[in-house]
Design a protein around this ligand. Structure first.
Ligand code: PPE
Length: 308
Protein backbone atom coordinates (compact mmCIF):
# COMPACT_ATOMS: atom_id res chain seq x y z
CA UNK A 1 0.00 0.00 0.00
CA UNK A 2 1.58 3.33 -1.02
CA UNK A 3 2.29 5.85 1.72
CA UNK A 4 -0.31 8.62 1.97
CA UNK A 5 1.66 11.87 2.35
CA UNK A 6 0.87 14.24 5.19
CA UNK A 7 1.80 17.91 5.31
CA UNK A 8 4.98 18.05 7.43
CA UNK A 9 7.98 15.97 8.50
CA UNK A 10 10.10 16.98 11.47
CA UNK A 11 13.78 17.11 10.51
CA UNK A 12 16.56 18.04 12.92
CA UNK A 13 14.49 20.50 14.89
CA UNK A 14 12.01 21.92 12.42
CA UNK A 15 8.91 20.94 10.51
CA UNK A 16 9.57 20.86 6.78
CA UNK A 17 7.19 20.19 3.90
CA UNK A 18 6.70 16.50 3.13
CA UNK A 19 8.36 16.82 -0.32
CA UNK A 20 11.34 18.70 1.12
CA UNK A 21 12.22 15.93 3.61
CA UNK A 22 15.02 14.48 1.48
CA UNK A 23 18.61 13.32 2.01
CA UNK A 24 21.68 12.94 -0.20
CA UNK A 25 22.23 9.56 -1.89
CA UNK A 26 25.58 9.28 -0.07
CA UNK A 27 23.87 9.43 3.32
CA UNK A 28 25.91 7.07 5.51
CA UNK A 29 22.99 5.04 6.88
CA UNK A 30 21.69 4.30 3.39
CA UNK A 31 24.92 2.42 2.67
CA UNK A 32 25.48 0.53 5.90
CA UNK A 33 22.06 0.23 7.58
CA UNK A 34 23.34 2.24 10.53
CA UNK A 35 20.10 3.89 11.61
CA UNK A 36 17.67 3.30 14.44
CA UNK A 37 13.96 3.84 14.32
CA UNK A 38 10.64 3.50 16.09
CA UNK A 39 7.10 2.67 15.16
CA UNK A 40 4.45 4.40 17.26
CA UNK A 41 0.72 4.87 16.84
CA UNK A 42 -1.63 7.70 17.67
CA UNK A 43 -5.30 6.94 18.20
CA UNK A 44 -8.46 9.00 18.48
CA UNK A 45 -9.70 9.26 22.06
CA UNK A 46 -12.58 11.15 23.66
CA UNK A 47 -10.01 13.84 24.59
CA UNK A 48 -8.66 14.09 21.04
CA UNK A 49 -5.74 12.34 19.34
CA UNK A 50 -3.28 10.70 21.72
CA UNK A 51 0.02 8.88 21.22
CA UNK A 52 0.27 5.47 22.83
CA UNK A 53 3.27 4.94 25.16
CA UNK A 54 5.18 7.75 23.51
CA UNK A 55 7.87 8.03 26.19
CA UNK A 56 8.53 4.30 26.12
CA UNK A 57 9.06 4.42 22.37
CA UNK A 58 11.31 7.47 22.53
CA UNK A 59 13.22 5.79 25.35
CA UNK A 60 13.75 2.68 23.22
CA UNK A 61 14.93 4.83 20.30
CA UNK A 62 17.60 6.33 22.53
CA UNK A 63 18.56 2.87 23.83
CA UNK A 64 18.84 1.57 20.26
CA UNK A 65 21.12 4.51 19.45
CA UNK A 66 23.22 3.77 22.53
CA UNK A 67 23.64 0.16 21.39
CA UNK A 68 24.95 1.44 18.05
CA UNK A 69 27.22 4.03 19.70
CA UNK A 70 25.22 6.86 18.13
CA UNK A 71 24.88 10.11 20.02
CA UNK A 72 21.47 11.57 19.28
CA UNK A 73 21.63 15.36 19.48
CA UNK A 74 18.11 15.57 20.97
CA UNK A 75 16.94 14.49 24.41
CA UNK A 76 13.87 12.51 25.35
CA UNK A 77 11.74 15.60 26.01
CA UNK A 78 12.68 17.21 22.71
CA UNK A 79 11.85 14.03 20.80
CA UNK A 80 8.52 13.68 22.61
CA UNK A 81 7.68 17.25 21.58
CA UNK A 82 8.86 16.57 18.03
CA UNK A 83 6.46 13.64 17.73
CA UNK A 84 3.56 15.60 19.15
CA UNK A 85 4.25 18.55 16.85
CA UNK A 86 4.38 16.29 13.79
CA UNK A 87 1.14 14.52 14.70
CA UNK A 88 -0.56 17.86 15.43
CA UNK A 89 0.63 19.30 12.10
CA UNK A 90 -0.84 16.33 10.23
CA UNK A 91 -4.34 17.05 11.50
CA UNK A 92 -4.87 13.27 11.74
CA UNK A 93 -6.43 11.67 14.77
CA UNK A 94 -5.09 8.21 13.92
CA UNK A 95 -1.66 7.71 12.42
CA UNK A 96 1.52 5.70 12.44
CA UNK A 97 4.60 7.59 13.59
CA UNK A 98 8.10 6.83 12.35
CA UNK A 99 11.01 8.48 14.18
CA UNK A 100 14.38 7.73 12.58
CA UNK A 101 17.88 8.60 13.82
CA UNK A 102 20.47 8.15 11.12
CA UNK A 103 24.00 9.04 10.13
CA UNK A 104 23.97 11.80 7.57
CA UNK A 105 25.94 12.79 4.52
CA UNK A 106 29.54 13.88 4.91
CA UNK A 107 31.56 10.83 5.92
CA UNK A 108 31.92 7.43 4.32
CA UNK A 109 33.47 4.19 5.53
CA UNK A 110 32.66 1.78 8.29
CA UNK A 111 33.66 3.92 11.21
CA UNK A 112 30.39 5.69 12.05
CA UNK A 113 31.83 7.75 14.90
CA UNK A 114 32.68 10.91 12.92
CA UNK A 115 29.26 10.99 11.27
CA UNK A 116 26.65 13.56 12.13
CA UNK A 117 23.51 12.04 13.67
CA UNK A 118 20.32 13.35 12.14
CA UNK A 119 16.75 12.77 13.26
CA UNK A 120 13.45 12.76 11.41
CA UNK A 121 9.87 12.10 12.45
CA UNK A 122 7.22 11.31 9.86
CA UNK A 123 3.57 10.38 10.31
CA UNK A 124 1.04 8.90 7.93
CA UNK A 125 -2.24 6.99 8.07
CA UNK A 126 -1.64 3.24 8.31
CA UNK A 127 -4.53 0.80 8.60
CA UNK A 128 -4.48 -2.83 9.72
CA UNK A 129 -0.87 -3.94 9.10
CA UNK A 130 -1.76 -7.58 8.48
CA UNK A 131 -5.16 -6.78 6.98
CA UNK A 132 -8.67 -6.35 8.39
CA UNK A 133 -9.46 -9.96 7.57
CA UNK A 134 -6.36 -11.12 9.48
CA UNK A 135 -7.48 -9.08 12.51
CA UNK A 136 -10.90 -10.72 12.38
CA UNK A 137 -10.19 -14.31 11.41
CA UNK A 138 -6.49 -14.80 12.04
CA UNK A 139 -3.46 -14.95 9.78
CA UNK A 140 -1.59 -17.81 8.12
CA UNK A 141 2.00 -18.12 9.30
CA UNK A 142 5.02 -19.89 7.90
CA UNK A 143 8.06 -20.83 9.92
CA UNK A 144 10.91 -19.20 8.04
CA UNK A 145 13.94 -20.98 6.68
CA UNK A 146 15.85 -17.87 7.76
CA UNK A 147 16.99 -17.95 11.38
CA UNK A 148 16.47 -14.87 13.54
CA UNK A 149 19.60 -12.78 13.98
CA UNK A 150 21.87 -14.17 16.65
CA UNK A 151 22.37 -11.81 19.62
CA UNK A 152 26.11 -12.56 19.34
CA UNK A 153 26.15 -11.18 15.79
CA UNK A 154 24.14 -8.01 16.32
CA UNK A 155 22.56 -6.23 19.30
CA UNK A 156 19.09 -7.63 18.67
CA UNK A 157 17.63 -5.38 21.38
CA UNK A 158 18.25 -2.43 19.05
CA UNK A 159 15.59 -1.48 16.57
CA UNK A 160 18.16 -0.78 13.86
CA UNK A 161 17.35 -0.49 10.18
CA UNK A 162 20.07 -2.85 8.89
CA UNK A 163 18.77 -5.67 11.04
CA UNK A 164 15.53 -5.64 9.10
CA UNK A 165 17.17 -7.41 6.17
CA UNK A 166 16.56 -10.51 8.28
CA UNK A 167 12.86 -9.67 8.60
CA UNK A 168 12.52 -8.74 4.92
CA UNK A 169 14.03 -12.00 3.72
CA UNK A 170 11.62 -13.95 5.90
CA UNK A 171 8.67 -11.82 4.80
CA UNK A 172 9.45 -12.27 1.10
CA UNK A 173 9.75 -16.02 1.52
CA UNK A 174 6.44 -16.25 3.39
CA UNK A 175 4.48 -13.95 1.06
CA UNK A 176 5.77 -15.68 -2.07
CA UNK A 177 4.70 -19.00 -0.61
CA UNK A 178 1.18 -17.62 -0.07
CA UNK A 179 1.31 -16.95 3.68
CA UNK A 180 0.55 -13.70 5.51
CA UNK A 181 3.56 -13.60 7.78
CA UNK A 182 6.71 -15.45 8.81
CA UNK A 183 7.88 -16.58 12.20
CA UNK A 184 11.61 -16.83 12.75
CA UNK A 185 13.44 -19.28 14.99
CA UNK A 186 16.84 -18.87 16.59
CA UNK A 187 19.83 -20.71 15.13
CA UNK A 188 19.12 -23.29 17.89
CA UNK A 189 15.56 -23.74 16.68
CA UNK A 190 13.66 -21.89 19.38
CA UNK A 191 10.74 -19.72 18.29
CA UNK A 192 11.81 -16.08 18.32
CA UNK A 193 9.33 -13.66 16.72
CA UNK A 194 7.57 -12.52 13.57
CA UNK A 195 9.15 -10.17 11.04
CA UNK A 196 7.76 -7.19 12.94
CA UNK A 197 5.83 -8.74 15.83
CA UNK A 198 6.33 -10.65 19.06
CA UNK A 199 4.80 -14.09 19.56
CA UNK A 200 2.43 -15.38 22.23
CA UNK A 201 0.92 -18.84 22.57
CA UNK A 202 -1.88 -19.99 24.84
CA UNK A 203 -1.61 -23.44 26.39
CA UNK A 204 -4.04 -24.86 28.94
CA UNK A 205 -5.26 -21.38 29.81
CA UNK A 206 -1.76 -19.97 30.30
CA UNK A 207 -0.08 -17.42 28.08
CA UNK A 208 3.53 -18.13 27.13
CA UNK A 209 5.98 -15.96 25.22
CA UNK A 210 9.67 -16.47 24.38
CA UNK A 211 12.15 -14.47 26.50
CA UNK A 212 13.20 -11.73 24.09
CA UNK A 213 16.84 -11.33 25.09
CA UNK A 214 17.48 -15.10 24.90
CA UNK A 215 15.94 -15.57 21.46
CA UNK A 216 17.09 -12.24 19.96
CA UNK A 217 13.58 -10.82 19.64
CA UNK A 218 12.81 -7.13 20.01
CA UNK A 219 11.56 -6.29 23.48
CA UNK A 220 8.17 -5.19 22.26
CA UNK A 221 6.21 -2.40 23.89
CA UNK A 222 2.96 -3.96 22.68
CA UNK A 223 4.11 -7.25 24.23
CA UNK A 224 4.66 -5.42 27.50
CA UNK A 225 1.20 -3.86 27.22
CA UNK A 226 -0.30 -7.29 26.54
CA UNK A 227 1.49 -8.83 29.53
CA UNK A 228 0.03 -6.10 31.75
CA UNK A 229 -3.48 -6.34 30.29
CA UNK A 230 -3.45 -10.15 30.48
CA UNK A 231 -2.31 -10.06 34.12
CA UNK A 232 -5.08 -7.61 34.97
CA UNK A 233 -7.60 -9.83 33.17
CA UNK A 234 -6.48 -12.63 35.49
CA UNK A 235 -4.32 -14.66 33.12
CA UNK A 236 -0.87 -15.98 33.92
CA UNK A 237 1.85 -14.93 31.48
CA UNK A 238 5.15 -16.80 31.50
CA UNK A 239 8.35 -16.47 29.50
CA UNK A 240 9.61 -19.78 28.23
CA UNK A 241 11.69 -21.11 25.37
CA UNK A 242 9.33 -22.63 22.82
CA UNK A 243 9.85 -25.10 20.00
CA UNK A 244 8.04 -25.24 16.70
CA UNK A 245 5.80 -28.05 17.99
CA UNK A 246 4.70 -25.84 20.89
CA UNK A 247 3.24 -23.51 18.30
CA UNK A 248 1.63 -26.30 16.24
CA UNK A 249 0.06 -27.66 19.44
CA UNK A 250 -1.00 -24.33 20.96
CA UNK A 251 -4.67 -23.83 21.85
CA UNK A 252 -4.38 -20.24 20.64
CA UNK A 253 -1.59 -18.02 19.36
CA UNK A 254 -1.26 -14.38 18.44
CA UNK A 255 1.25 -11.77 17.36
CA UNK A 256 1.74 -8.31 18.86
CA UNK A 257 3.32 -5.13 17.54
CA UNK A 258 2.65 -1.44 17.25
CA UNK A 259 1.87 -1.63 13.56
CA UNK A 260 0.19 -5.05 13.73
CA UNK A 261 -1.52 -4.51 17.14
CA UNK A 262 -2.93 -7.87 18.40
CA UNK A 263 -3.39 -10.36 15.57
CA UNK A 264 -4.75 -13.90 15.98
CA UNK A 265 -2.85 -16.73 14.27
CA UNK A 266 -5.17 -19.10 12.40
CA UNK A 267 -2.55 -21.58 11.21
CA UNK A 268 1.16 -22.25 11.09
CA UNK A 269 2.71 -24.23 8.23
CA UNK A 270 -0.85 -25.21 7.22
CA UNK A 271 -1.61 -26.71 10.62
CA UNK A 272 -4.66 -25.14 12.24
CA UNK A 273 -4.12 -23.55 15.63
CA UNK A 274 -6.84 -24.69 18.03
CA UNK A 275 -10.19 -24.56 16.29
CA UNK A 276 -8.79 -22.28 13.58
CA UNK A 277 -10.95 -19.45 14.89
CA UNK A 278 -9.42 -16.80 17.17
CA UNK A 279 -9.71 -18.21 20.71
CA UNK A 280 -11.38 -16.56 23.72
CA UNK A 281 -8.15 -15.40 25.40
CA UNK A 282 -6.82 -13.92 22.17
CA UNK A 283 -10.16 -12.15 21.64
CA UNK A 284 -10.24 -10.80 25.20
CA UNK A 285 -6.73 -9.39 24.84
CA UNK A 286 -7.37 -8.02 21.37
CA UNK A 287 -10.58 -6.28 22.50
CA UNK A 288 -9.01 -4.88 25.65
CA UNK A 289 -5.97 -3.64 23.72
CA UNK A 290 -8.26 -1.84 21.28
CA UNK A 291 -10.14 -0.20 24.15
CA UNK A 292 -6.91 0.75 25.96
CA UNK A 293 -5.29 2.49 22.99
CA UNK A 294 -8.48 4.43 22.40
CA UNK A 295 -8.42 5.70 25.99
CA UNK A 296 -11.52 3.78 27.04
CA UNK A 297 -9.99 2.08 30.07
CA UNK A 298 -9.29 4.39 33.01
CA UNK A 299 -6.51 2.41 34.67
CA UNK A 300 -4.30 2.63 31.57
CA UNK A 301 -4.93 6.29 30.71
CA UNK A 302 -1.36 7.25 31.66
CA UNK A 303 -0.18 5.36 28.59
CA UNK A 304 -1.78 7.97 26.36
CA UNK A 305 -0.07 11.25 25.65
CA UNK A 306 -2.46 13.82 24.27
CA UNK A 307 -1.45 15.84 21.23
CA UNK A 308 -1.97 19.59 21.40
N1 PPE B 1 9.68 -7.51 16.71
C1 PPE B 1 10.13 -6.81 15.65
C2 PPE B 1 11.22 -7.39 14.82
C3 PPE B 1 9.55 -5.58 15.35
O1 PPE B 1 9.98 -4.89 14.30
C4 PPE B 1 8.50 -5.08 16.15
C5 PPE B 1 7.85 -3.77 15.82
C6 PPE B 1 8.07 -5.84 17.26
C7 PPE B 1 8.70 -7.05 17.50
C8 PPE B 1 7.02 -5.35 18.20
O2 PPE B 1 7.48 -4.24 18.92
P1 PPE B 1 6.49 -3.13 19.50
O3 PPE B 1 6.02 -2.36 18.33
O4 PPE B 1 7.32 -2.35 20.43
O5 PPE B 1 5.40 -3.84 20.17
N2 PPE B 1 7.76 -3.49 14.44
C9 PPE B 1 7.55 -2.14 13.99
C10 PPE B 1 7.89 -1.98 12.53
C11 PPE B 1 6.94 -2.53 11.53
C12 PPE B 1 7.32 -2.13 10.12
O6 PPE B 1 6.82 -2.78 9.19
O7 PPE B 1 8.10 -1.20 9.93
C13 PPE B 1 6.16 -1.64 14.35
O8 PPE B 1 5.27 -2.43 14.68
O9 PPE B 1 5.96 -0.43 14.33
Amino acid sequence: MPITPTSKIWMDGELVDWEQATVHVLTHSLHYGTAVFEGIRAYPTAQGPAVFRLRDHVGRLLKSAHLLAMEVPFGEDELVEAVKATVAASGLDACYIRPLAYLGYGEMGLNPLPCEVRVAVAVWPWGAYLGEEGMRSGIRLKVSSWARLDPRTLPTAAKATGMYINSSLAKVEAVRAGYDEAILCTTDGYLAEGTGENLFVVRRGEIVTPPSSAVGALDGITADTVRTIAGDLGYTVREELLRRSDLYLADEAFLTGTAAEVVPIASVDDRTIGSGEPGPITRAIQDTYRAVVHGEVDRYKDWLERVG
